[in-house]
Design a protein around this ligand. Structure first.
Ligand code: SF4
Ligand code: SF4
Length: 448
């Protein structure tokens, strides 16, 4: 069956099962086809606790030095890493000489340049400073700080976050266990303090910062589809730079309202765990967040604050069941680091995984080694995921809804997705000949 025919007739069989739910909600079709910043599509269920679960006896704060970057030398040995790096340099030169699309000077220059804003920040540095940069406080303006009900405050924050570039935003009560216990050689501690501060030995988060604002930022799908090339790396770096702008802007906005704000991207703690708590998505087979609206085509960031807000709940849209039968990311992973196990488990793969939560844990050092081997990173697992779709057409929303409601159809949808050719690598050469949207974000992909 051709893709068009499937769309025209095929849903007759697959979609009919959920059509009661969908046609019965005819007025909502437009709504579900345009992801709302404030509300998930109707087929997403709110739940009390994240689906994959935490073992409270084990789960605790992670030491950032054990992350995958810190684990590479132990896993491979220094000599092997040097050899890997030497081979990567050789390959890079060869690709330059061949003028291989996706690996040429212009491709690599684009990938580097897209980092430019992201490089302005770091843990309590630059754009991610824990104290204000320049914004005027209510006190300096001679007025009271912002006062509103928690639900009004949540709405205000989500509106501002959208303005600064968030695709979706959720609020959670901050679980201290998601925050690293140390980073940059300093302890990260929670203390009774008015403002966050850092000295020679510790970094202090005020205990009053009880709220975590989790946000997704869209990555340009046309870039990621060129994985693994420098054009796809440019998509990741653009995502990080847009996160940087978002957290810097939102933190200054909150300070301008008279409250404390601690902006963070991948530093400080697990953005994935915070985003799951805040209902932005579920943990997928890649051990990363999959959003119901945008799949894995997102970067994550967060801001901690003391501004009281209504909190969101974790969600369930059937992803865990889908991942059990899908495995597309594992098949597309050149390093073989993604789990093929049918069921998620509590069994970690190495010190880079934080134990005490259920997941499909991954052999992350193999992933980083492949980034080096490819000479320009990799995003294959993001590109092939069936939840990644460029066009937010009603048809894709119906398939997602069906999948959320009827797990028995998951294998069928996955095989149809494959046979339509979704997830195939796109040409880096063609990328340069395409008239892209701003930041490479297609409006159909990115805006509700
Ligand atoms: S980025 Fe590439 S190597 Fe790493 S997990 Fe994804 S597919 Fe595998
Ligand atoms: S590719 Fe399939 S298995 Fe992997 S995260 Fe996406 S839905 Fe889950």
């Amino acid at each position: 069956m051709k893709r068009r025919d499937f769309f025209k007739y095929g849903l007759g069989s697959a979609g009919v099962a959920v059509s009661g739910g969908i046609t019965g909600r005819a007025g909502e079709i437009n709504y579900v086809s345009q992801a709302s910043h404030f509300q998930h599509p109707w087929w997403v269920k709110e739940i009390e606790k994240p689906k994959l679960g935490i073992d409270d006896r084990i789960y605790s704060r992670f030491e950032a030095r054990k992350n995958v970057f810190g684990s590479m030398a132990k896993y491979y040995g220094i000599d092997n890493l040097r050899e890997l790096s030497r081979r990567s340099e050789e390959k890079t030169k060869k690709y330059y000489q061949e003028k291989r699309p996706g690996y040429r000077l212009e491709d690599r220059a684009l990938a580097d340049a897209a980092w430019v804003i992201s490089r302005q920040g770091g843990l309590n540095r630059g754009t991610r400073s824990w104290t204000r940069n320049f914004v005027t406080t209510p006190e300096e303006r001679g007025v009271d700080k912002y006062k509103a009900s928690p639900s009004q405050a949540a709405h205000l924050i989500k509106t501002a976050a959208r303005y600064f570039g968030a695709a979706t935003t959720g609020v959670a009560l901050l679980d201290h266990r998601h925050i690293h216990s140390e980073e940059r050689g300093k302890k990260i501690v929670f203390e009774k303090a008015d403002e966050p501060y850092e000295n020679d030995t510790k970094m202090v988060i005020p205990k009053k910062c009880k709220y975590a604002i989790a946000m997704t930022v869209l990555m340009p799908i046309d870039n990621i589809a060129c994985s693994p090339t420098a054009i796809s790396s440019a998509g990741s770096s653009m995502g990080y730079s847009r996160c940087e702008f978002l957290v810097a802007g939102l933190a200054e906005f909150i300070r301008g309202l008279g409250y404390t704000a601690i902006p963070s991207v991948n530093d400080l703690g697990s953005s994935v765990a915070v985003a799951v708590d805040a209902g932005l998505g579920e943990l997928g087979r890649t051990n990363r967040l999959i959003s119901p609206e945008y799949g894995p085509m997102v970067r994550l960031c967060k801001v901690l604050t003391d501004l009281p807000m209504t909190v969101d709940k974790p969600i369930d849209f059937g992803l865990m069941e889908f991942c059990k039968v899908c495995k597309r990311c594992a098949e597309a992973c050149p390093s073989g680091c993604i789990s093929y196990e049918d069921e998620p488990s509590f069994e970690i793969k190495g010190e880079w995984n934080n134990p005490g939560h259920k997941a499909w844990f991954e052999d992350s050092p193999k992933c980083l080694a492949y980034w080096e081997e490819s000479t320009s990173g990799c995003s294959n697992c993001i590109a092939v995921c069936p939840w990644t779709k460029k066009d937010k057409t009603v048809i894709h929303e119906i398939v997602k809804a069906a999948s959320a409601k009827i797990p028995a159809l998951d294998a069928f949808f996955n095989s149809m997705d494959k046979s339509f050719g979704y997830g195939r690598q796109k040409s880096a050469e063609k990328w340069w000949k395409t008239n892209h949207f701003e930041y490479g974000i297609d409006t159909a992909q990115g805006k509700g």
